[in-house]
Design a protein. Structure first.
Length: 97
């Protein structure tokens, strides 16, 4: 496969893992704030964990296999030139009488 194009309806692992970033970030933030409340480990010292999780999710989603990937349909070209506008008859012609 030359290029990869995301397709919402595709069952391959790479397309399915596309939406995991938001969930991973929210879960990581929740765990970091919980750790800050339970043990005194300030968030300012633990934010690199968030960067590591973001990098891992990006790496895993981009290196996931594309077996069974379904390409999205290509955009349909226009069906020819647009129709010409209707002819306007000048006032006083026989068509208007």
């Amino acid at each position: 496969m030359d290029t990869y194009t995301y397709n919402r309806a595709c069952p391959c692992l790479r397309c399915r893992s596309k939406g995991l970033m938001g969930a991973a970030v929210l879960i990581t933030l929740g765990v970091l704030f919980l750790v800050q409340e339970i043990w005194y480990f300030p968030f300012g010292r633990s934010f690199p964990v968030l960067l590591i999780v973001i990098g891992l999710v990006m790496y895993l989603s981009r290196s996931a296999p594309t077996e069974g990937h379904i390409e999205p349909y290509p955009p349909q070209p226009p069906l020819g030139p647009p129709p010409p506008p209707p002819a306007v008859n000048p006032p006083g012609s026989e068509v208007n009488r």
